[in-house]
Design a protein around this ligand. Structure first.
Ligand code: 13P
Ligand code: SF4
Length: 305
């Protein structure tokens, strides 16, 4: 039997599902039950009522959020080392420090944080809903972290003041996109649409035609009549874009924009994860219950029309 056949067999035997982020290797996306952005994957984990086992092919904070929202399911992260460096930039202790310095200022945290930090915030957000979440709050000044580029994006859209915590949290992969490279690509393909993730720098966001989460970029490309796109997010997304839009052309704004953490997941590791049920994501109950409240508040706002 091939590796893929073995994975499918195990999946059936164990009533498991495979959820894969849009940045996963093509071969993982192709066998996944669902491919999506961070919020979609967590919501899908909840919707899959019959699944008791979830191989969550992504990075630590995403699998952790799914585990927090689904305490009755076993969530597995196929590679222990798949940790998002941005999430490491805002330890819970630092959130507490900022809260002490700014009492009564609400704290909004990007899901790209670890559970302990989430437990300290008022509400979570993802790149797909950050504008909606921040707009829904009464306050005009908020603490927001850890991504200062997403904070900048939300400030532009809402007119509110976001105090970035830490001062300059960032995604090392999205920092690789340069405005100059994008403008050069645009010179070569003047009719191309520039679509980027809000984790890109403000310079890059300012030259973009569309800014959105990974799945929002996919939706935009599907619905738009335009034929060519310059894509400013991790290159794993190109596979999904090409698969869903075989007649359109997608150019990575920078070929080297790889998230090494996302790429730790391989077919072999997904197979071993299902076989050995490794590595289960666990969050202490006291932390999980607080973090769950922040995640559920976000979900309730997203679900509002
Ligand atoms: P999305 O929610 O847009 O998938 O983003 C997650 C992420 O880590 C982007 O780098
Ligand atoms: Fe974290 Fe950036 Fe990788 Fe997304 S692309 S998981 S933010 S390091």
């Amino acid at each position: 039997m091939t590796l893929v056949e073995n994975i499918l067999k195990l999946k059936k035997e164990k009533k498991a599902i495979i959820l894969a982020h849009n940045y996963q290797r093509p071969e993982i996306q192709d066998i996944a039950d669902y491919v999506g952005d961070s919020i979609e994957l967590c919501m899908r984990a909840t919707e899959e009522k019959d699944a008791k086992l979830i191989a969550f092919s992504a990075v630590d904070f995403m699998a952790e959020s799914a585990a927090i929202l689904n305490p009755d399911k076993k969530v597995l992260l196929p590679s222990l080392g798949a940790r998002c460096p941005m999430a490491q930039m805002l330890p819970a202790e630092e959130v507490r420090l900022w809260k002490r310095q700014h009492p009564n200022v609400p704290v909004v945290l990007y899901v790209n944080t670890l559970a302990e930090a989430k437990a300290e915030c008022d509400i979570c957000c993802t790149s797909a809903n950050a504008v909606k979440v921040v707009s829904s709050l009464e306050a005009d000044t908020l603490l927001f972290g850890p991504d200062h580029n997403l904070a900048w994006h939300v400030e532009q859209k809402t007119g509110k003041k976001l105090i970035p915590i830490p001062k300059k949290g960032f995604c090392p992969t999205h920092l690789l996109f340069l405005k100059e490279d994008i403008l050069l690509a645009k010179e070569e393909y003047p009719d191309a649409v520039i679509a980027v993730h809000p984790e890109c720098t403000s310079d890059v966001q300012l030259v973009a035609d569309f800014i959105g989460s990974t799945s929002q970029i996919c939706r935009y490309a599907k619905e738009s009549a335009k034929r060519k796109y310059i894509i400013g997010t991790e290159i794993g997304i190109i596979h999904r874009l090409e698969k869903e839009n075989p007649r359109k052309k997608f150019l990575p704004a920078y070929e080297g924009a790889v998230c090494p953490n996302m790429k730790l997941n391989t077919l072999e590791r997904v197979y071993l994860s299902l076989k050995e049920e490794r590595y289960p994501v666990t969050v202490p109950k006291s932390v999980a219950s607080k973090a769950r409240k922040a995640l559920e508040k976000m979900i309730s706002i997203v679900s509002m029309k």
